[in-house]
Design a protein around this ligand. Structure first.
Ligand SMILES: [Fe+2]
Ligand SMILES: [Fe+2]
Length: 207
């Protein structure tokens, strides 16, 4: 993704507007001296520097919901990996277990990001299912029902993360890039579940 950064009117910074401002009174490109001075202020804020251009509390609140979504995904895939039964379940169990591992990596990434922004990751099991966008999927009994629950959960996560990527945009590129990386994995997960569903239901799904 090598699109040049654009300003609020959609124009890429060019040599002619290097000395201009972005409309918030901040120059497009700060000189080294200014960057050094700004970085030395408010050291207690860690990675949140003066150019952080959105409400950091709001960002943390959003990421707590993402964290809950990822934790619920770990729980759902882990439970399904253990509980799946049937003659053709071995490959599916392995796939669920693999996804559980990757969802756990997302948990770490999101929790670390919350910490970088000055928040404390909310791992409280109380209210977890309410904070999460995706669902636990505990009612699924058969292999096909489990695969479907996971496909639905992945599709919810994909929709949610696409919206959040647009929200963070240039306001918080660090969080946006993290979510973009996670989104790519969720898209793979959805694709894997779709393939499993076709192989276990024996027909293509309606589009
Ligand atoms: Fe995930
Ligand atoms: Fe996923």
């Amino acid at each position: 993704m090598d699109n040049p950064r654009t300003d609020e009117r959609g124009a890429a910074p060019s040599p002619s507007n290097r000395g201009g401002t972005n409309g918030n009174g901040q120059p497009f490109l700060s000189d080294v001296q200014t960057l050094r001075e700004r970085a030395r202020q408010h050291l207690g804020e860690g990675a949140v520097t003066p150019s952080y251009s959105t409400d950091v509390h709001r960002s943390i609140e959003i990421l707590q919901a993402v964290l809950a979504t990822e934790i619920v995904c770990v729980l759902r895939y882990t439970m399904h990996a253990v509980a799946a039964t049937g003659i053709s379940s071995q490959g599916v169990k392995a796939e669920f277990a693999e996804h559980a591992k990757e969802e756990q990596e997302h948990v770490w990434q999101v929790a670390e990001r919350i910490n970088q922004l000055g928040g404390k990751p909310d791992m409280n099991p109380e209210g977890l299912a309410t904070r999460s966008a995706s669902q636990y999927g505990g009612e699924a009994d058969t292999l096909v029902e489990m695969i479907k629950e996971n496909l639905i959960a992945e599709r919810i996560a994909i929709e949610h993360y696409r919206e959040l990527i647009r929200f963070f945009g240039d306001r918080d590129p660090g969080t946006r890039v993290m979510l973009e990386r996670i989104l790519l994995v969720e898209e793979e997960h959805a694709n894997d579940m779709h393939d499993l569903l076709i192989s276990h239901e024996g027909k293509a799904l309606e589009r």
